[in-house]
Design a protein around this ligand. Sequence first.
Ligand code: NAD
Length: 363
Amino acid sequence: MKISSVNVSSFADFEDHEQVLECIDKKSGLHAYIAIHNRNLGPALGGCRIWPYESCDEAITDVLRLSRGMTYKSAMAELPLGGGKAVLIADPKTEKTREMLVAMGDFVDSLNGAYITAEDSGTSVEDLEIIGSRTKHVAGVNRKQLRDGSEVSGDPSPSTAYGVFVGVKASVKHQYGSEDLHGLKVAVKGVGNVGKRLAGYLVDAGARVFVADIYAPAVDEICKSLKVKPVDLSQIHKLEVDVFAPCALGGFINEETIPEIKASVIAGAANNQLAHPGIGELLVKAGKLYAPDYVINAGGIIDIFYERSVYDHNKVTRHIERIGDTLGEIFAMAKNTGQPTHIIADKIAEARFGKTPNCKNVA
Ligand code: NAD
């Protein structure tokens, strides 16, 4: 097993990250990166993504962007946490093994709590339990008690989905004057752990929901349980709808897709939705309201924070519902200043966490 620092200063997405580590375990075939962006507010907490990246540079770029997003997310959600993330290069459906997850646990443990891992795309509660068999620096695994006494798994996705639902309503209220979703059309791209639950909330609230996913069985499954309409993946963002909810992976909002997106509200769960920061200006010009990703998808990290202290379902719900108020404030400031919503959010977050890192390397 080998863990070593990677020099990432030449990457466009490097932004004063405290450290990026490469983790290689030849025996299990594990090749992963752990990025610690900023720990000014607390330990770096963020999920472990498993994805078949085509190159190391692609994986490093993703971990740099995702870990940065976690710092901003926790700051905006007023949590005493910093930002970190891990990415593991493998196809989660065909290549993920128990041995890899065990090795990942050992790598996480070697950082002595500077980085705390959790679920992300490609990892499940069961995977995190395996990682957690080697380290205590794991979140999103403890069962939680709800108000009615019933128990749910540690998976933060339901809370993320609820937060995105709250955020969709706040966005619709700002753009269309009412948060009533009856009859509104919403296109959800990606119906995995978060997207499928978001679709459920939307249908219950009276919205007409369209779905697409690169993984056909995910679409088949949701169509069996919910009144949603499946559409071709290439068409989902082009539909004449009121809200486009990206719930797959990032970078989808770019120069090419903006003219194709008909919805005037973009509000979804995916991390790093904007291909680059300049996209925000283009969205303003196109008259589209964008709910900054790390603000609207903070429900999961809020849930995990309470799991690590005292889990009180009412408190968690109230905290998640503040996402709507925060978005409302960002939208109002963006309207008054003409600035893109993600720039406003960045400024608020940066004032909270202090951009200059003051922590030393961990390995
Ligand atoms: P997931 O892996 O369960 O679901 C993602 C879905 O997107 C999968 O069904 C996958 O097949 C699909 N997908 C991937 N690429 C696609 C493409 N190009 N087009 C269409 N569909 C595609 O992941 P998740 O936990 O639901 O997370 C979804 C997004 O939300 C991710 O960007 C994740 O980082 C972000 N997010 C998740 C959480 C959480 O609590 N799970 C929290 C914050 C942010």
